[in-house]
Write a protein that binds this ligand. Structure first.
Ligand SMILES: C[S@@+](CC[C@H](N)C(=O)[O-])C[C@H]1O[C@@H](n2cnc3c(N)ncnc32)[C@H](O)[C@@H]1O
Length: 289
């Protein structure tokens, strides 16, 4: 029979791919996502010179091809992102959360921010630009922005700091575009100064990330939506442990901690913002009597 990467995936192979990406990345693929698997893995077949999806899954089942395993996980990710995504969330971060943290840390002069599913870098670079605008308050401080993602491919793009016209048109105000980017033909490159503020590294959120240490602000946005509740609970619990006592966690607009962990409580300033339940910023459960 003729090889064809576009041939539909058979039931058994689809079930295997679903359990594989769930085990490796926490990603839940519903039974309706068959078209997604076919459309994402067809190009992987072509790139790795495999005849068709059944050949790809056969190699995947054999469990010896690390490059293939990585390529399958990467291909199944959704890396959609943009600068200053959810304007209201970023206003709260730059007008309330960061200034508050800076004021509270005047003695230590140290600030650590973690973007935990940073995709191609727009989110951590937005934080870096927001902090750069506060540079007068941060002179002599040790400021660290750690940006992580499961995908090496997006991290490589993020480190390069180069964006298309389309990407800079999405969310980035013209003032910041002119201030922080230089145009090279069709591409816009973010300044070395902003790039140097961010450290990118691979981290899989379903695995232990304790070695990163504790953070004043963690952004975990638009990634929990891909996981089941048990995985969300587990990750949220560990994120809470990675926050300093009075730190803040920002989730995406469609994400919540409600019903998933009691280690985090809503912060009144914004719907997607949370504090540690036992932390200095947590609201008392009951008004003092
Ligand atoms: C939709 S993007 C969100 C990017 C950014 N946080 C934002 O809100 O614009 C989701 C990112 O999560 C990453 N991701 C998915 N599963 C992950 C996991 N288990 N560990 C770490 N990152 C993961 C994907 O590679 C992708 O870059």
């Amino acid at each position: 029979m003729k090889a064809d990467p576009a041939k539909p995936i058979v039931d058994d192979d689809f079930a295997f791919v679903r359990s594989f990406v769930r085990a490796r990345a926490g990603l839940m693929l519903s039974p309706e996502k068959r078209y997604l698997v076919e459309s994402r893995l067809g190009p992987v077949c072509r790139k790795l010179g495999m005849p068709d999806l059944s050949g790809l899954v056969r190699n995947l089942r054999a469990g010896r091809d690390r490059a293939l395993e990585r390529a399958v996980v990467e291909a199944m990710m959704t890396n959609e992102t943009l600068f200053f995504r959810d304007g209201a969330a970023f206003s709260v971060v730059s007008q309330s959360v960061l200034p508050g943290l800076i004021a509270d840390r005047a003695a230590q002069r140290r600030l650590r921010v973690w973007c935990s599913a940073c995709s191609t870098g727009q989110e951590p670079y937005s934080i870096a630009m927001a902090l750069d605008a506060m540079a007068d308050r941060l002179a002599g401080w040790q400021v660290e922005i750690v940006a992580t993602d499961i995908s090496e491919e997006v991290l490589e793009r993020a480190r390069a700091g180069r964006y298309s016209q389309f990407e800079v048109q999405r969310g980035l105000p013209i003032r910041q575009l002119l201030q922080y980017f230089r145009q090279h033909g069709e591409t816009w490159e973010i300044s070395q100064r902003i790039r140097d503020m961010v450290r990118f590294e691979p981290i899989n959120l379903i695995q232990d990330f304790g070695r990163l240490g504790r953070f004043d602000l963690i952004l975990c946005r638009n990634v929990l939506i891909y996981f089941d509740n048990a995985t969300k609970s587990q990750i949220l619990g560990r994120l809470a442990q990675s926050l300093v006592t009075d730190g803040a966690l920002m989730l995406g607009s469609a994400e919540t901690v409600i019903g998933l962990t009691d280690q985090l409580v809503p912060d009144k300033r914004y719907k997607g913002l949370y504090a540690r339940a036992n932390g200095a910023k947590a609201a008392p459960l009951r008004a003092a009597g």
